[in-house]
Design a protein around this ligand. Structure first.
Ligand SMILES: [Zn+2]
Ligand SMILES: [Zn+2]
Length: 145
């Protein structure tokens, strides 16, 4: 998997420095997680103790621009990042009560997206975006009360 992303980076004409390689491997190893920039930095430091925080943030930005990594904003106001995998594009259902995240394959929402774009002429461009609501667990808790 790591090599695919190295190729992608290479194809985007971005030079692969050792610090970028460290940051990229953090994303690949945590492909199922939603990491904040600070968390990426902490994990990158384990691989490369000399890495600077500014370098890490810059690398993340480069990866976002070259679409290797998706930027997601949940309700907690922390910008999070995750590896962008074309075979695993998903929406995030974010529970505003417990902060839990459910990942929903994009194919199901794609239908709705097409309808919206036809009717309103609005095309969604953000990958892996976020829908806000309440999860089943939290809804059940409320009912019991
Ligand atoms: Zn919840
Ligand atoms: Zn996700």
């Amino acid at each position: 998997m790591f090599n695919d992303y190295i190729m992608k980076l290479y194809n985007s004409g971005i030079k692969l420095t050792s610090s970028r390689e460290a940051v990229l491997s953090v994303f690949c190893e945590n492909f199922n997680k939603h990491l904040s920039a600070e968390e990426v930095y902490e994990l990158a430091k384990l691989k490369m103790p000399s890495i600077g925080v500014a370098t890490v943030y810059r690398s993340i930005n480069i990866f976002v621009i070259s679409q290797l990594v998706a930027k997601i904003q949940f309700m907690d106001k922390v910008t999070r990042y995750e590896l962008l995998d074309k075979n695993n594009m998903h929406y995030h259902l974010y529970c505003e009560d417990c902060g839990g995240i459910i990942e929903e394959p994009i194919s199901r929402i794609k239908v709705l997206e097409t309808e919206i774009s036809k009717e309103v002429g609005f095309q969604l461009t953000a990958a892996n975006s976020c829908l806000i609501g309440k999860c089943q667990k939290c809804l059940l808790k409320k009912k019991k009360r």
